[in-house]
Design a protein around this ligand. Structure first.
Ligand code: GSH
Length: 206
């Protein structure tokens, strides 16, 4: 398998899942800053021009964080990345969906890409502020789920924790306040070998 990623982007969570399953894969840095995701060779591979993209062993390209996480968890069930209990599995999918579609694509995108939500530049600051409010509300919600628990779903690390990791990383990098239970989750994540390996490879400070 081959993962296209950019250091510290949402692909971080998929990178960690690949380490967790222990399968062999190649991690390819796609430099979003220089526009490598818009280069014709990459667009031919992934017309969405985004990371993460996973090239499967059969050559087919898979995009969208939840789909890639679902694929990896089911391809390597021994890694236990999706709870076997149906209630806990549904909780994991629910958390992933919220983190990706609301916290990332709605809240965080408003903070850093306001032009995608407002036509007039005069509105950008209010869009950013709205995004920050939504993002902080999302962290609070994740914090509530984590009350008295180590993981977002079930009793072990799952795809939901890998999703929370990348938004928490963004929050910490942006010096946003983390609810205590989210900060504790982040600290636990950073103790995992998979996370340490990926942070080192992506050149991120732990
Ligand atoms: N819905 C996609 C979103 C992927 C996404 O937005 N990736 C960002 C990095 S975190 C990206 O590639 N941005 C480049 C751009 O939008 O130009 C997913 O969940 O995988």
């Amino acid at each position: 398998m081959k993962l296209f990623y950019f250091p510290g982007a949402c692909s971080l969570g998929i990178h960690v899942l690949l380490e967790e399953i222990g399968a062999s894969y190649e991690a390819v840095l796609l430099d979003l800053r220089s526009g490598a995701h818009k280069a014709p060779e990459y667009v031919a591979l992934n017309p969405k021009s985004k990371v993460p993209a996973l090239v499967r062993d059969n050559g087919r390209v898979l995009t969208e964080w939840p789909a890639i996480a679902f694929y990896l968890a089911n391809l390597h069930p021994q890694a236990g990345l999706l709870p076997t209990d149906v209630d806990a599995a549904a909780d994991a999918v629910s958390a992933v969906e919220y983190i990706v579609s609301t916290m990332h694509m709605q809240a965080f995108a408003r903070m850093y890409r306001p032009e995608r939500f407002a036509v007039s530049e005069a509105d950008f600051d209010s869009v950013r502020a709205q995004g920050k409010e939504m993002f902080l509300a999302g962290l609070e919600m994740m914090g509530q789920i984590l009350q008295g628990r180590e993981f977002l779903a079930g009793d072990r690390f799952s795809i939901a924790d890998a999703a929370l990791l990348f938004v928490t990383f963004w929050a910490a990098r942006g010096e946003l306040p983390l609810p205590a239970s989210v900060a504790a989750h982040f600290a636990r994540m950073k103790q995992r070998a998979s996370v340490q390996t990926v942070f080192a490879r992506e050149g991120l400070a732990l």
